[in-house]
Design a protein around this ligand. Structure first.
Ligand code: SF4
Length: 432
């Protein structure tokens, strides 16, 4: 989502005359668009500003803006701690960046803009054309979260759940497809909680997918990140009805233990999760799943951990994110007693080994097979291309006659844990 926001910030600032530069010292304005999910996010922002300060020691001071979730969480404190910062702008206020820059240039007063103005944001953004021209392009359809998992900062930094108007999203999708996009990834902190009402009609994520499925030059549709609680039947049925929806789902579970899920306030049980997987596999037995795991959550016992391992083995995730629990200030889990670090590290290693093996085994399946790949770009200075399979696996391959945006069948000749490698020749083989 930060990549989407950064692109939109670029569209907004270019509307008032700014241009991107790759030469750091040429910049007269820095925007640090920040994420608060990872550990030590705040300190990393101050480190980066320290580097800008050093580079501009003998030069005219640039305008320094911190936007995104760190700006939201830290607010005016950032300007107090680091006076080199001129402005902090929260993720729901960045549409105002043009006016804020003009105000700052006129009055030279520091600005702290961290209101939750998500409706105003998307109303404003629809007037500024989305200039993204990537083969695989993002559209934010939903923001914020009402779930309040006890470990997570999102409800505090992005605010309550908000769904963008249906037509606004479809119009943006048409713009991106006419810019050259062949794949659209619908984004939201709780993307499958998308819920928009107009004229007594209720539009859900499934309505969006069905509508996108009709866009002629669009080849692939994906969405992320979903919550198990919102995996409704209509959405599951899209995997049957919409051929452009890719057979791959990222569905975070966090833990395989019901006791830990309750303590995390996840609002679902492992049985709910397994029932979703079963329904999806009934529709398409080849559908593949990835997930997120938190290891060593306060109170996690060996048995709880083994429940997670057992669930991983049952589902056979093809690639997943896993971390040791780390407390975030302001969240309920921040108050809990931490588990033993050594034990958590040992558990994480075990869990990651199992996940990595599944990933390797999954990649091995493609050896000497043909895979359908959407080409995203040509690699710099090489006769090689980069693309992804239907299941998001990266593929690097040689070809003499293809171009970005095409769907091609690539013969896989080798692989590692994360990537497949091969070559493409015009052929009639059927791809996986
Ligand atoms: S559902 Fe996701 S975004 Fe919402 S609080 Fe839980 S982890 Fe955070």
């Amino acid at each position: 989502m930060n990549e989407y926001d950064s692109n939109r910030i670029y569209d907004l600032t270019s509307a008032i005359g700014f241009k991107k530069t790759d030469i750091k010292k040429d910049a007269d304005c820095f925007v640090l668009n920040t994420c608060h999910i990872r550990e030590k996010a705040t300190e990393k922002v101050y480190d980066e500003i320290g580097r800008v300060k050093k580079d501009f020691k003998n030069l005219k001071k640039p305008l320094v803006i911190v936007s995104g979730c760190v700006a939201q969480a830290e607010s005016g404190e950032m300007i107090k701690r680091e006076p080199y910062i001129d402005m902090v702008i929260g993720p729901q206020s960045y549409h105002k960046i043009g006016d804020l820059i003009f105000n700052y240039q006129r009055k030279k007063q520091k600005i702290n803009e961290t209101e939750f103005d998500v409706i105003g944001k998307f109303d404003y953004l629809q007037k500024i054309s989305n200039s993204q021209n990537k083969i695989s392009s993002y559209i934010t359809i939903q923001e914020g979260c009402d779930k309040f998992c006890h470990f997570c900062v999102v409800p505090y930094t992005r605010g309550p759940e908000y769904s963008r108007p249906f037509e606004q999203i479809i119009n943006e999708a048409h713009t991106l497809v006419s810019n050259g996009a062949k794949e659209i990834i619908l984004l939201g902190q709780n993307v499958n909680a998308y819920n928009f009402y107009k004229n007594n009609k209720n539009y859900k994520l499934s309505s969006l997918i069905n509508e996108l499925n009709n866009i002629k030059n669009l080849k692939r549709i994906r969405f992320t990140t979903s919550h198990p609680k919102d995996m409704t039947e209509d959405l599951i049925n899209c995997y049957k009805d919409c051929e452009k929806l890719m057979p791959f789902l990222h569905l975070p579970i966090q833990s395989g233990s019901n006791k830990v899920l309750k303590s995390m306030n996840r609002k679902h049980h492992r049985e709910d999760y397994m029932s979703i997987i079963k329904k999806l596999k009934n529709i398409n037995k080849d559908i593949k799943i990835s997930s997120d795991f938190i290891v060593g959550y306060p109170g996690e016992t060996e048995k709880d951990f083994n429940d997670t391992i057992e669930l991983i083995k049952k589902v056979g995730f093809i690639n997943s994110y896993s971390f040791i629990f780390s407390p975030r200030p302001g969240t309920p889990a921040n108050e809990k007693k931490l588990n033993n670090t050594e034990e958590s590290e040992k558990r994480l290693r075990k869990l990651q080994n199992i996940l990595e093996n599944f990933q390797l085994e999954n990649n091995k399946i493609y050896l000497q097979q043909y895979c359908e790949v959407l080409i995203e770009n040509k690699l710099d200075n090489q006769e090689k291309y980069f693309g992804r399979t239907k299941f998001m696996t990266p593929v690097i391959f040689e070809s003499e006659n293809c171009k970005p945006g095409e769907l091609v069948n690539v013969k896989i000749t080798t692989f590692n844990q994360k990537n497949l490698f091969g070559f493409h020749k015009a052929n009639k083989e059927k791809a996986a």
